[in-house]
Write a protein that binds this ligand. Structure first.
Ligand code: HEC
Ligand code: HEC
Ligand code: HEC
Ligand code: HEC
Ligand code: HEC
Length: 403
């Protein structure tokens, strides 16, 4: 090799080395940096380990539990829990970052549902999991989201709540496991995972600090109402629980059935029969009469809009909107800006004075709607019009009359 050729070779090698270095630098770490393994610290960092199929059963799938627990299966299938994996927004968020394993810990809580076994993270970064392939991954179980065994299995045994049952499979009775603690493990979590990624669900705390925890009414009392029936084919009738887990009632897919619970009671304030020449005072009182926690609760994007419309011949003259919910800034760092959610049994008044000159053919309409997210968020995630964002929970139109 002559000298000229040798220097060309060195030049090329240098360019390659520099290129590699820059690529690594752009990815946030240098090729010489040794990654530090950070152990888990949250309760929800870890999940239910891989489970064996209990004796007497042929699979772990909800669909197969449903051969005998037919009614419970039909109810669960409509529930939000059954949609925790297929949810369009969830899939859209996951598609943006395949490494975001932490989401799966609540949405796919059994290891058999997950492709990878994640044991820690690198460099305190939730986007860099330390993981190996899970040889016992079952894709059909993954599709079921928060499936029966998410709540009913421990140490390869089905967990139940009644003594004296004649089951086709072994059952361990553990009423402490099947209590509100189970719900709170997923429905109460608060942590900053990254600058622009926080996990914030405070339903458990809101409940334990509110009036219902003292009255002995827990998550199960309201979200799994009691029913007398046989819980399995061939079993005797006894007190059991519905498995619809009704909540916001905003369907996951347009036109699909969703069970709704309404926490708020509404009352119209003011009289629609008015003296002429005086301002008209109208409004709405909203009371959190039925929820054991704040309304809305959980997901920080949930909110209610209360809209007043003054109409003439059915056409709007004036519209005013009020909001119940949290406000967040998501970028560049996640930060709660405000929170006016209604605490259990709290009432709030929404009011408006109207000065009317023209007094004929007037009416006043109030509409209350419950929202999963704003239209801007829906568009930002590029969600389809098959993913509904809201439902109407209250609407009245009253004619305005004059004395
Ligand atoms: C071959 C039928 C069959 C299959 C399949 C089956 N079970 Fe059962 N299971 C029963 C019967 C029967 C009982 C007893 C019911 C009774 O006596 O009230 C029972 C009892 C239970 C109990 C305890 C009920 C209580 O009152 O405490 C739970 C929980 C349960 N099954 C969950 C499951 C889950 C989860 C699956 C699927 C992984 C499943 N079962 C699959 C037949 C079945
Ligand atoms: C393994 C975690 C987990 C457990 C355990 C759990 N949940 Fe959930 N729950 C979720 C997730 C995740 C969702 C939302 C799924 C979605 O919207 O995609 C949800 C949704 C709900 C909803 C519906 C919310 C809505 O707006 O429709 C209700 C109600 C609910 N859960 C109540 C309960 C109750 C009661 C329990 C205890 C018996 C419980 N959950 C246990 C994770 C869990
Ligand atoms: C006293 C009855 C009651 C109790 C106790 C209760 N809830 Fe609720 N919950 C409701 C009602 C009513 C709603 C519907 C609120 C609304 O959207 O109007 C609701 C809504 C929800 C939602 C949907 C979120 C939303 O804002 O729409 C979730 C999730 C939920 N509850 C979970 C829980 C969990 C977890 C517990 C226990 C820590 C619990 N609930 C205890 C009555 C109750
Ligand atoms: C989010 C948690 C959760 C999921 C998912 C769930 N269950 Fe349950 N289930 C419970 C709780 C909690 C109870 C006990 C309530 C009590 O006794 O206070 C229960 C009770 C039962 C019982 C006893 C009878 C009764 O109605 O109380 C059976 C049987 C049962 N579940 C089967 C199933 C099957 C089958 C599935 C899936 C199709 C399923 N469960 C899904 C939480 C869950
Ligand atoms: C600590 C448990 C937990 C973790 C971790 C978690 N979720 Fe959830 N997720 C929930 C619960 C509980 C709900 C239901 C909240 C409610 O309705 O109040 C939910 C609801 C949702 C919904 C439905 C929202 C709606 O308005 O209907 C989406 C989408 C979602 N989660 C995406 C994610 C993504 C993406 C991640 C990871 C960045 C994630 N979740 C991590 C517990 C969790």
């Amino acid at each position: 090799m002559n000298l000229k050729r040798l220097s060309n070779f060195f030049f090329l090698a240098l360019v390659l080395l520099l290129g590699t270095f820059l690529v690594f630098r752009n990815q946030g770490h240098s090729p010489f940096h040794r990654k530090e393994v950070t152990p888990f610290t949250h309760a929800w960092d870890s999940i239910i380990p891989n489970q064996d199929i209990p004796k007497g059963l042929s699979s772990l799938r909800a669909k197969d539990c449903g051969h005998c627990h037919t009614e419970i299966y039909q109810e669960w299938k409509i529930s939000t829990h059954a949609h925790a994996w297929t949810d369009e927004q969830y899939q859209a968020e996951l598609a943006k970052n395949k490494n975001l394993f932490i989401c799966k810990n609540c949405h796919l809580p059994v290891q058999n549902q997950q492709q990878y076994i994640t044991t820690a993270i690198y460099d305190h970064d939730y986007f860099q999991p330390v993981r190996t392939k899970n040889p016992r991954f079952d894709p059909s179980l993954q599709h079921e989201g928060i499936t029966c065994i998410a709540c009913h299995i421990k140490e390869n045994t089905i967990i139940g709540s009644h003594d004296n049952i004649q089951a086709s499979h072994p059952v361990k009775i553990d009423t402490d496991y099947l209590s509100e603690k189970l719900c709170i493990a997923c429905h109460d979590a608060h942590d900053d995972l990254a600058e622009d990624l926080v996990c914030t669900f405070e339903t458990g705390k809101e409940w334990s600090q509110g009036p219902y925890s003292q009255k002995g009414k827990n998550c199960i009392s309201c979200h799994m109402p009691e029913v007398d029936r046989p819980s399995a084919t061939g079993a005797i009738s006894r007190k059991g629980h519905r498995h619809y887990f009704p909540g916001s009632g905003i369907p996951k897919v347009k036109g699909e059935k969703a069970f709704v619970l309404n926490g708020l009671e509404f009352a119209i304030i003011g009289d629609t029969l008015h003296p002429t020449n005086a301002p008209i005072h109208l409004g709405l009182r909203a009371t959190n009469q039925h929820a054991g926690h704040k309304v809305p609760t959980g997901d920080p994007e949930r909110h209610f809009l209360i809209q007043f419309d003054l109409l003439k011949n059915g056409e709007p003259l004036q519209s005013d909107t009020f909001r119940i919910g949290e406000k967040w800034q998501w970028w560049p760092t996640a930060k709660k800006l405000s929170d006016n959610n209604l605490a259990p049994l709290e009432s709030r008044f929404f009011e408006k004075d109207y000065n009317l000159k023209d007094t004929s053919n007037l009416s006043w309409k109030v509409t209350v709607s419950k929202h999963r997210m704003t239209q801007e968020m829906h568009d930002y995630h590029q969600l389809s019009d098959q993913y509904p964002t809201s439902i109407i929970v209250f609407q009245r139109e009253l004619p305005i009359r004059f004395k």
